[in-house]
Write a protein of this length. Structure first.
Length: 145
């Protein structure tokens, strides 16, 4: 399949202009002749909603970072998984034991706050990564990472 180098719209064989943006397939966005024919643009998209939902649903059961992996950032996803487990360990071992020993609701609430904030942040980060992936893919025609 051949796609417009300017907007990514699918082109039919023999088209002289893109039906979506009007750009000539033989010309780049600057108007200079970059290639003699239409450029092939990678049309891979990541749904930001899916990335966020993966982060939210799987984060509920302690599997953090799946949204980042979906967005193409495998090592970042593994780091989020590890950090999520560390924060959960802090919640259980430090927070609950400190609250039981000192009988302080304040310490327990702080211990719950850290994993909760991380949970929200990792879902938002997955959403933003997917949007960034799509933007770079549309601009360059290649996957960014």
């Amino acid at each position: 399949m051949v796609y417009c180098s300017n907007c990514g719209n699918e082109l039919k064989e023999g088209d002289k202009f893109c039906s979506s943006c009007g750009e000539s397939p033989a010309l780049g966005s600057t108007g200079s002749n970059k290639r003699s024919g239409p450029q092939i643009v990678v049309n891979v998209q990541k749904n930001p909603g899916v990335a966020a939902v993966l982060g939210i649903l799987l984060g509920l059961v302690g599997i953090f970072g799946i949204g980042q992996i979906y967005a193409g950032r495998f090592l970042r996803g593994l780091l989020f998984l590890f950090l999520g487990w560390v924060f959960i360990a802090i919640l259980f071992f430090v927070g609950i034991s400190a609250a039981v020993v000192t009988d302080s609701f304040f310490i327990l609430s702080l211990a719950f706050l850290l994993p909760l904030l991380f949970y929200i942040w990792q879902a938002y980060d997955a959403y933003k990564l997917s949007k960034k992936f799509n933007k770079i893919t549309l601009e360059t025609g290649r996957t960014p990472w």
